[in-house]
Design a binder for this molecule. Structure first.
Ligand code: SF4
Ligand code: SF4
Length: 426
């Protein structure tokens, strides 16, 4: 007698099954990992348009699977609650330990009522605050409502940790996040900070070249049309589908948990690959690895000089002068490539180098800024003060006087005389 065909989806409990109910989102975060190749400052939505399965199609297909017992299943997107039948799907699925990711913009009471009416509850859920798209008070209200609604047994509230990535935050982001943390602490909402994942993690995610490699991932990714993929990249590119959940008997078996399989798309992987904790790569030498780098500087390559300068100012504000210097040099390099030098960037570099105790280079940068027409009092005064510290006042004055009249330089010198010595010489 022929063996019955094995169910094509891996079923160990730790295998991550994900139903992407929709690829739509009402937010557009520049650090969204639902779409590869994030560019700082560039708002974008998740990855594409689909003819979405209806609620009945999702439920009929998934409820027919021989899941054992209570297989974990994440409802996600995009923003899954944008699916017109979100509450129907969540409340009619049977045999799943449900998890959801959501930005908390949905009608929590309505979904909670529907779930309760069908004796259902999410086991876990994951909600990240996105500071550019929701006021802190509103998100906190929603988080508390969800926590107290009974809709989820153990919800997790979180924020993306962008401390090392000023490329992806601006004043509004920082202000809202700060306010949220204060409010949450005051109101007793527990939250966590998540690692930010992206291109900075190295070669697998760089998207410059494709390589042949072996890969293992622990994903069953189902796209909004029901197609099944083993990883996020293949899902978003609609490439190498194993089949469709509405015709599961025709689906090819997915690799089992921990099984390495050949892939020629390495280099275009999505950082989501890391999320399960089980994803790994194996190179031609048999070396098993995950990420290959952790280099925040990679984002500067994608940014315009003015935006890089702003990033440098944020690093400077954090007291991270080494990264500020690197960013400013990157901006200056790009400006030069574009045939246009910017004195303000040189002035920033001068101040940054000074703070890093590279005083001679700092003076040179400040004087170059003056040469490029930056003759504001504080820049001229800074250049002169540093020059005095270094015993190079005559040299500095010669440069400054080419751009600043003596009757303006005079009062600046007098002001410096009044506070001399600015810093003890070293
Ligand atoms: S809310 Fe989530 S899915 Fe939507 S754009 Fe932001 S990070 Fe992406
Ligand atoms: S190597 Fe990358 S693109 Fe290929 S299957 Fe693995 S995660 Fe997906």
């Amino acid at each position: 007698m022929a063996e019955p065909a094995r169910f094509p989806l891996p079923t160990p409990e730790i295998h991550v099954w994900v139903a992407y109910l929709t690829a739509r989102c009402n937010f557009a975060c520049d650090y969204c990992i639902q779409k590869p190749q994030m560019v700082p400052g560039q708002r974008r939505k998740p990855w594409g348009k689909y003819t979405e399965l209806t609620g009945a199609q999702w439920v009929d297909a998934l409820n027919a699977f021989p899941v054992r017992p209570e297989h974990p299943l994440i409802l996600t997107g995009g923003e899954p609650s944008l699916h017109k039948d979100f509450a129907f799907i969540a409340s009619r699925l049977d045999g799943y330990a449900l998890d959801m990711t959501s930005n908390l913009t949905f009608d929590i009471d309505a979904v909670a009522r529907e779930m309760k009416a069908h004796g259902k509850q999410f086991v876990t859920s994951f909600h990240t605050y996105h500071p550019k798209f929701m006021a802190p008070e509103k998100w906190l209200d929603q988080a508390e409502r969800l926590r107290d609604s009974g809709l989820v047994k153990a919800p997790t509230f979180s924020m993306v940790n962008l401390e090392r990535f000023p490329h992806f935050r601006d004043e509004e982001h920082v202000r809202n996040l700060h306010q949220l943390v204060q409010l949450a602490d005051r109101r007793g909402l527990l939250y966590q900070f998540n690692e930010f994942r992206g291109t900075h993690m190295g070669l697998p995610y760089e998207r410059t070249q494709k390589y042949a490699i072996e890969c293992t991932s622990a994903w069953v990714n189902i796209d909004p049309e029901g197609n099944v993929f083993n990883c996020q990249y293949h899902l978003t590119e609609r490439k190498r589908s194993f089949g469709n959940i509405t015709a599961i008997e025709a689906c090819r078996p997915l690799p089992a948990m921990g099984e390495f399989f050949a892939c020629t798309d390495f280099g275009y992987c999505d950082p989501c690959h890391e999320n399960s904790g089980h994803g790994a790569f194996r190179d031609t030498n048999g070396q098993v690895f995950r990420r290959t780098a952790n280099d925040a500087r990679v984002y500067l390559k994608l940014m315009e000089p003015a935006a890089i300068r702003t990033v440098a100012q944020r690093y400077f504000g954090q007291g991270n002068y080494a990264e500020a210097e690197h960013a400013l040099l990157a901006a200056i390099g790009k400006q030069r490539d574009g045939g246009k030098e910017d004195g303000e960037t040189w002035a920033d570099l001068g101040v940054t180098l000074y703070e890093s105790d590279k005083k001679k280079q700092g003076l040179a940068a400040l004087l170059h800024a003056v040469d490029l027409g930056i003759t504001r009092t504080e820049i001229v005064a800074s250049a002169l003060a540093v020059a005095r510290e270094l015993g190079l006042e005559a040299h500095a004055k010669a440069t400054i006087l080419r751009h600043v009249p003596a009757q303006i330089l005079g009062p600046i010198e007098q002001a410096l005389d009044a506070v001399r010595p600015l810093q003890p010489a070293q």
